[in-house]
Each structure stands twice: as C-alpha cells, then as structure tokens.
Write a protein that binds this ligand. Sequence first.
Ligand code: HEM
Length: 244
Amino acid sequence: MTGKLDRGPARADILQSLSGLLLVLFIWGHMFFESSILLGKDAMYRVTRMFEGEPLFGKPYPLLVSGVAAIIFVLIAVHAVLALRKFPGSHRQYREFNAHMGAMRHPDTTLWYVQVLTGFALFFLASAHLLVVFLQPDNIGPYASSDRIWSGRFWILYALLLVCVHLHAGIGIYRLAMKWGPIPAAGSKVARRRLKLAMWGIIAFFLCLGTASLATYMYIGRDHAPHAGERYLPAHQQALPGNT
Ligand code: HEM
C-alpha cells in the first residue's frame, strides 16, 4: 500500500455542505427582514436603515449592503463550482441518469434532480438580483423596492426566484440533515419521513411568507406608480423643514 489518501473530495464535500448551510441561513433571515413590509412601510424603512448601519454610525452607508451582496455572491459561486462536480457531465451521462432515475423511482433521487434544476436556474436568477443590490444599494426601501417590483416589473424575477430558492434551500437542508445528522440506522426510515415532513412544512411556510410580501410590494408599487422614483419618508421626517 503506497498510495496516499486523497482528502480532496471529502474536503470539497464539507465545503459544499458548509457553504450551502450558510446560504440557507442567509435566505431564511433575508425572508424575515424583507417581509417587514407586511408590518407596514415604516417597519421596512427601519430595517433598511439598520442594514445601512445608521443606528451604529449615525448616518446610512449603503456600501455596507453592497459588501454583503459581494460576500453572498462569492459564497454562491463557491457552492455552485463545488456542486458542478456532481452534475451529469455529458449527454450520455445525462441520459443514463434519467433512465436510472426512471427505473428506480426513488423519491430522494427525484429530489436531488429538482435541486440540480433549481440550482442551475438560481445561478442566473440570484445573480440578476444580487447585481441590482450591489450596484444600487441605496435604492432599497418601501417605495424604491415597490417601484422596482411593480413599475420595473421585477416581480417576474422575484416570483421565479422565490419558488426556486425555497425548493432548493428546503431540499438542501433535508439532504444535509440526512447526510450529517446523527441518525441511527435502525430508525432511519422514521427519521426520513419526519425530516421530509419538516422540509415540506418549511418550504410551504417560506413560499407563503414570500408570496404575501411580494403581493404587498406589488400593491404598494401599483398605487405609487404615478410617483415612481419618489422616495419614502417616514412620518417623523415628513414634518422636518425641507422635507415637505
Ligand atoms: C445582500 C444580499 C441581498 C439583499 C440586500 C437583498 C435584498 C432584497 C430586497 C430589499 C428585496 C425586496 C425587493 C427589492 O428591493 O428589490 C428582496 C427580494 C427578494 N430576494 Fe433578496 N437580497 C439579497 C440576496 C438575495 C439572494 C442571494 C436571494 C436568493 C438566492 C434572494 C432572494 C430574494 C427573493 C426570492 C425576493 C422576493 C421575495 C418575496 O417574494 O417577497 N435575495 N431582496
């Protein structure tokens, strides 16, 4: 035995799981902050200002938002490159995989395939969204976001992104739990069933939350369309001289 153990694939696997976990935590957090619009325009305004660092620095620094967008993009790129190793690499491999999946009819293999498809779509959809956030970090807020969504027709991008990202994240976290979770072999069938139930529950929850907030942005954007481009001022600032 002279061969040295190649730890590369194991390391790549751990890094893929870790980057996936961080991205899932990010998108779940993102959904709660972004759906602050459900609590009203002032609530979303405050969340926006918080991420621009205003409570900490006394004035907003939108560049902070661009920084986070850049970090998330790098994480997505790392995660995608590592995932590409596992995609069918040629037409023949793809045909064989399809035949295999059809013959086995194994639900988890089908879930994996859904992840491949949503992951592929996400690379483009998420990049488009991140680019806008990165280039126009100061253009986020109750009216700025609603105008983009309604007058700028970004609801089309967000509706697709919403479905793809929550299927991908939900299935991804289920697969992480099955792969790394301390599941005893004897109870694996029960664990699989419970985890799958949790997975569908989580996916349904975020799809409902996202749809409700997207619809709210659309309503606000439709009402604000004649003044698209005008920024939102919270009640306490409207009273200030120069802001009338
Ligand atoms: C720093 C990074 C990010 C920031 C600051 C951010 C911010 C926002 C904001 C403010 C909105 C409301 C609409 C708008 O203003 O255009 C939004 C919507 C959305 N974002 Fe992000 N986002 C980020 C990254 C991501 C990523 C990486 C994903 C998914 C891969 C994502 C998925 C979505 C989805 C699906 C919506 C629509 C949500 C809904 O239906 O209510 N975002 N984002």
